[in-house]
Structure formats: structure tokens, C-alpha cells
Write a protein that binds this ligand. Structure first.
Ligand SMILES: Cc1cc2nc3c(=O)[nH]c(=O)nc-3n(C[C@H](O)[C@H](O)[C@H](O)COP(=O)(O)OP(=O)(O)OC[C@H]3O[C@@H](n4cnc5c(N)ncnc54)[C@H](O)[C@@H]3O)c2cc1C
Length: 470
């Protein structure tokens, strides 16, 4: 019977795909007393608002997104999806706070021809920059997002568009994050054709043809032009529904801390859960890379060393509810703060603009990430963090009133950082597992993408690989 380590979305979806493909039941071991990992919704039904401590929206575009929609359909969640369509202000309007003001990023072709602050030139000029820039003399395997974008599109785009975007996606520093993380195609076009625009024109069009999903939900999302979505009752409904499904077909053990994993010569593995040894024929780990490293270190120090090379950052999430519906001047998803501005926040999400939270203004302020310790020291109190969030909400959004309800979550080591060389690092880890014939599959946010969609697809691919090997 396979053992799944970790009961976040990675582990639960791995267990789901395992049960769909195997007859045998699966056991999920989760260290804490709840499932869902970073997905955690606090639902205030009586006051019509929800606080999300972790992720709040899921994207709808691309193969990983289609896979999640197919999963939701299988789980009968169609009627519970809360979509935001392309025309909604929360889908169209994204802002950056820079040069002392909130700036709406261009969201139409005409906008790209205008000079809109914080930029000093129309965005279209970035394309000419790419055409003029030429290519690197020597082929390279990877570089930072910042360096790539600065080289191809200019410093302003790197500072005011890409750097805040990286803060929004992984709370990371674009100067360290691998270009292959988000712009793999663009990077490869440059390597092959000498520029991004040239690559776009001369790319292999056959490769770009996408397989159509046969699912009802992916079709609905396409027809109705969904941009992002949540689930009624909060995003935690997804792991909850998965867990309900799994309790029928498999065994979920909470408060079950995996301390050690040892592999035997006969092809089986022994996992040590709360000091008790359990034998299994295959381990699917969705644990954070550093936790798995500790578990395998004694028998496989080299593997542990490679896993430990994947760094993580701490993020503080502050949820704020104001008992007034109209505190925001702008209708938008929210705003991000470029690191060049040296402010102590990463950005603010306008939850009550994204979703109807009748009678309330609800905001989420994100802080820290790559800069957590530099800004707040090793052990800030919740009050320290709340004060910083409130001051910035006041200064930037002009909100004078005190929130009626607030929550501060200090999420330690919550987002892995795909720094330059990440792909080679992950390939090296998987090669090690293959070379040593370890009955171990690796999924979870450490490896193949940090978004909920990526994590689910990674679980599916790992399970397909186990099935394919049998
Ligand atoms: C603040 C924040 C905002 C985000 N926003 C978005 C968003 O809007 N959209 C989006 O798509 N993605 C977002 N993400 C990313 C996404 O939420 C995560 O990448 C994803 O939830 C990670 O799932 P996981 O299963 O890989 O890891 P986790 O959620 O970390 O799950 C791992 C599980 O393993 C358990 N565990 C740890 N150690 C052990 C052990 N020794 N034994 C047994 N169990 C153990 C943990 O308790 C946990 O339950 C966000 C992430 C954060 C932190």
C-alpha cells in the first residue's frame, strides 16, 4: 500500500490520483491536526466575509489550470465555483504602488501605447528594446528573472512590472528567482532565435497547439471567460472535499509526524511515524523539501543536501475586515509594491472587490517574504506585524478607521524559492532517486511550481509515473 506524506493539497491530490488508479487503499500521514496545509479559510458566515490565510484564487489558463478544473468536476464542485470573469475589475485592474502613488498597470492594447506612470515610456517601447538588444554571445542555462527582463525589455519593466509580480507570486526577489520559473518559453526563444519577439514570430507553432479538455467545467471556464476563481465557503473547501472523498477509499491519519524514511534493498521502504516503524511499498512525499531532507538524511545525506538547497521564505499575512462596504477608491485585485520602493509590505489584496462580501471591506496585506528577517528581525510579534500593515493601509489607501476584525498569520518557510538553477537542482534530485531505485515520488510545491494548479498537476504526473513503471 503506498504511503503519502503530508496532507496539504499536494498530498491529498496525490492520494486522490492514487485511489483513482490503484485498487489498493492509500494512507495519508499528516503531522498537524488538520488537512489543507497552507490552504486555510476562516469563514464568518454571520457577517458575510471570509479571511484566507494562504491562497485565495486559482488561475484558469493553461494545462495545469484545466487539470484542476477537471478535478473539481470529478469532485462535484461545479456549482460551488465562484468565478471572476475577464471583464471584472478584479481581473482587469492590477496596480503597483510606486513613486508615491497607486498606478494602474495597462490592461489594454491602447494602454500599451501610452506613457502611464510609474513608467516613463509607453510599454510598447519595451518590445523595441527587445528587438534592438541582440542576444547573449554565449548560451546560458538559466539566469535571474530580473537580469533576463532587464536585458530584453529594460530596467523599468524589471523594476516596476516583473519585480512586484514575483513578490505577488512567491514573495521572492526577482534578482534571485530563475527565469525558467515563469518565462521558460521566452527564455528559450531568446536562446534559439536571438530575441523574445523573434522567437514569438518564428516559434514552432505545432508545439503550441493545446489539447482540448473534454470536461464540462474547463469548457464553461473558457466560454464564460473566467480569469480566476475561488470556491464558495473559501478555498479550503477544496482540500475538505478531497478529504471527504478520500475517507471512503483510503486512510487519513492526522497528528502523524513522519520523522524518518529508510529504503530497503528489497525495494520497500520503512517510514517512522511518531516513533513507530511502518513498512510500505512506495512513498509519495509532498513534504517541504527541508522536512524530507531531515527524514532521509541518515541513509541518503547526498539527497538530503540537494533537497536542502531549495530555500524557503517566511510570509506574514494580515487579514482585515472593516464594517463598511465602500472604503476603497479603486476597484481592482489589489496592488503590489516594487522592492525598489523599500516599503515593508509586499502588497495588499482587495478581497471584497474580488468577491462579494456584503457590507464589508476586506483586505489582505502580505509582508516579508525574501526580506522578512531584514524587515522584522527573527521573532516579530503579531502586534508588530499588524501595526506595520495598518500604517501602510492608512498611508497608501487612506483608510482611517480601525478594522473590526483582524488576523495575523506568520507563516514560516511557507513558499519555496525557485532560485537560478532550480530546474537543474530538481532534475538532479529526481535522477538521484532513479539511480538509487528508491521507491519514492516527489510532489508538493518544492519541485514543479508553487501555484495550487502546479502542485495538483505535479501530484498527478508523479502518480502517472508510478503507474507507468508498474
Ligand atoms: C500566503 C500564501 C499565499 C498563496 N497564494 C496562492 C494563490 O493565491 N494561488 C495559488 O495558486 N497558490 C498560492 N499559494 C501557493 C499554494 O498555496 C501552495 O504552494 C500550496 O498550497 C502548497 O501545497 P503543498 O501540499 O505542496 O504544501 P503544504 O500546504 O505545505 O502541505 C504540506 C503538508 O505536510 C505536512 N507536514 C509537514 N511536515 C510533516 C511531517 N514530518 N510528517 C507529516 N506531515 C508533515 C504539513 O503540516 C502540511 O499539511 C500561496 C501560498 C502561501 C503560503
Amino acid at each position: 500500500m503506498p504511503a503519502v506524506l503530508g496532507g496539504g493539497i499536494g498530498g491529498l491530490s496525490a492520494a486522490y490520483y492514487l485511489t483513482r488508479r490503484f485498487v489498493n487503499p492509500v494512507t495519508v500521514y499528516e503531522a498537524s491536526n488538520r488537512l489543507g496545509g497552507w490552504i486555510r479559510s476562516e469563514n464568518h458566515y454571520d457577517e458575510n466575509f471570509i479571511f484566507e490565510a494562504g491562497p485565495r484564487t486559482i488561475r484558469t489558463k493553461g494545462p495545469a489550470a484545466t487539470n484542476t478544473l477537471e478535478l473539481l468536476e470529478d469532485l462535484n464542485l461545479n456549482k460551488d465555483i465562484y468565478p471572476i470573469c475577464d471583464t471584472h475589475p478584479a481581473a482587469r485592474n492590477r496596480m503597483v504602488y510606486a513613486k508615491g502613488r497607486l498606478n494602474m498597470l495597462p490592461n489594454s492594447l491602447t494602454g500599451a501605447f501610452k506613457t502611464l506612470p510609474p513608467f516613463t515610456k509607453p510599454l510598447i517601447s519595451a518590445l523595441f528594446h527587445d528587438l534592438r538588444a541582440g542576444s547573449k554571445k554565449q548560451k546560458i542555462n538559466d539566469e535571474s528573472m530580473y537580469d533576463f527582463v532587464e536585458r530584453r525589455f529594460g530596467k523599468e519593466i524589471a523594476d516596476y512590472a516583473i519585480s512586484p509580480m514575483i513578490c505577488g507570486i512567491c514573495a521572492g526577489n526577482a534578482k534571485e528567482i530563475s527565469v525558467r520559473f515563469l518565462m521558460n518559453d521566452l527564455f528559450e526563444w531568446e536562446q534559439k532565435h536571438g530575441g523574445v519577439i523573434k522567437g514569438l514570430l518564428f516559434r514552432d507553432k505545432k508545439k503550441a497547439i493545446k489539447k482540448q479538455s473534454e470536461g464540462v467545467l474547463p469548457k464553461l471556464a473558457k466560454d464564460q471567460k473566467w480569469s480566476i476563481y475561488s470556491i464558495k465557503g473559501g478555498l479550503e473547501m477544496l482540500p475538505k472535499t478531497l478529504a471527504d472523498y478520500l475517507t471512503i477509499y483510503s486512510d487519513i491519519q492526522l497528528n502523524s509526524n513522519c520523522q524518518k524514511v529508510t529504503f530497503s534493498k528489497d525495494g520497500s521502504a520503512e517510514i517512522c511515524i511518531n516513533d513507530k516503524a511502518i513498512t510500505t511499498d512506495h512513498v509519495v512525499s509532498s513534504l517541504p523539501a527541508f522536512t524530507l531532507a531531515t527524514a532521509v538524511e541518515e541513509q541518503h545525506p547526498d539527497l538530503a543536501g540537494r533537497l536542502n538547497e531549495i530555500p524557503y521564505v517566511d510570509v506574514a499575512v494580515v487579514n482585515l475586515q472593516y464594517r463598511s462596504p465602500d472604503l476603497l477608491e479603486q476597484e481592482a485585485f489589489g496592488f503590489l509594491v516594487p522592492p525598489i520602493e523599500n516599503l515593508p509590505i509586499l502588497g495588499v489584496i482587495f478581497d471584497s472587490c474580488c468577491f462579494n462580501m456584503r457590507g464589508n471591506t476586506v483586505l489582505t496585506c502580505m509582508l516579508g517574504g525574501h526580506w522578512f528577517e531584514k524587515l522584522f528581525g527573527k521573532n516579530p510579534t503579531e502586534k508588530d506585524i499588524l501595526d506595520v500593515a495598518l500604517k501602510n493601509v492608512h498611508d497608501i489607501l487612506g483608510i482611517e478607521v480601525e478594522p473590526k476584525t483582524s488576523r495575523v498569520h506568520i507563516l514560516r518557510k511557507c513558499i519555496p524559492q525557485y532560485t537560478v538553477g532550480h530546474k537543474a537542482r530538481v532534475d538532479g534530485i529526481r535522477d538521484y532517486v532513479k539511480k538509487h531505485k528508491l521507491p519514492l515520488s516527489l510532489c508538493g510545491s518544492a519541485f514543479d511550481g508553487v501555484g495550487v494548479n502546479d502542485v495538483i498537476l505535479s501530484s498527478r504526473n508523479q502518480v502517472d509515473h508510478i503507474v507507468g513503471c508498474q
